[in-house]
Write a protein that binds this ligand. Structure first.
Ligand SMILES: Nc1nc2c(ncn2[C@@H]2O[C@H](COP(=O)(O)OP(=O)(O)OP(=O)(O)O)[C@@H](O)[C@H]2O)c(=O)[nH]1
Ligand SMILES: [Mg+2]
Length: 228
């Protein structure tokens, strides 16, 4: 017999985080600084995607990366080596970033210097989905070796994002992955979501993803400066 248990987490636990996230959003809007929060399971290719994005856009945009990890500054160093300014947050065991951590990381930054803020969340498909960071778009990186059932098993994450990067498509010939089944799950949870098929190994699709990002930055720049 199969027994299913549902655990409900009360919304109000997250309300102070949401208020902080809203303050960050206002601050970023004041500086017309477009921002994304990249989430994924460990090893899906978040930092690889960020490296390639920086590589393509560093002559066009000033990019700030905030990297969230349980330990080490490996990812912030990779973003810096690729040509961006970077800040590492170590959660010391915490499985996600929250808006207070991002606020602290931004406290010494001259935001006027930057056009694009990329936050790399801690690798996890559960906890990051519940904590808004004040970024304009939440992006999920899914990767082929994780398996085609992930939208069905982690609906909260797949439902709550604005864009989906499907990475490691170079591995399609080697890993059982039914793209139709995967995409059907996404269509069920998040119909019409913006999707990018990429490979950080072959660089396929990185240009299209980067162009979408640049367009987002441009739309933000053309908005009137907010007061606050
Ligand atoms: N074959 C293949 N490997 C990739 C691709 N993208 C990333 N990788 C590899 O996947 C591994 C993990 O990549 P990372 O970019 O460090 O992944 P991450 O999501 O930032 O990992 P964490 O920050 O530790 O959660 C590395 O060995 C990459 O070289 C891809 O498109 N194809
Ligand atoms: Mg990483």
């Amino acid at each position: 017999m199969m027994i299913k248990k549902k655990i409900q987490i009360k919304e109000d636990i997250f309300s102070s985080n949401d208020q902080q996230a809203e303050a960050i959003r206002l601050l970023l809007d004041q500086h017309k600084l477009f921002s994304i929060n990249i989430m994924a399971s460990p090893g899906a290719g978040k930092t690889s995607l960020i490296e390639h994005t920086i590589g393509l856009l560093r002559n066009e945009l000033h990019i700030l990366v905030i990297d969230g990890d349980i330990a080490t500054s490996i990812d912030a160093e990779r973003a810096k080596a690729a040509g961006a300014a970077s800040i590492q947050i170590n959660t010391g065991g915490g499985c996600h970033l929250d808006a207070f951590m991002v606020d602290k990381a931004l406290s010494d930054v001259n935001l006027a210097q930057f056009d694009l803020l990329i936050v790399e969340n801690v690798g996890n498909l559960v906890c990051p989905a519940s904590f808004q960071l004040g970024t304009h778009k939440n992006i999920l990186v899914a990767s082929i070796p994780e398996g085609d059932d992930k939208p069905y098993k982690y609906p909260g994450m797949y439902q709550g994002v604005d864009g989906l990067v499907i990475n490691k498509i170079d591995l399609m010939p080697y890993v059982p992955f039914r793209m139709d089944y995967f995409l059907a799950g996404i269509e069920l949870l998040n119909p019409g979501i913006e999707k990018f098929m990429v490979s950080c190994s072959t660089r396929e699709g990185i240009k299209e993803w980067s162009e979408w990002l640049v367009n987002q930055v441009r739309s933000k720049r053309s908005l009137p400066r907010t007061t606050g």
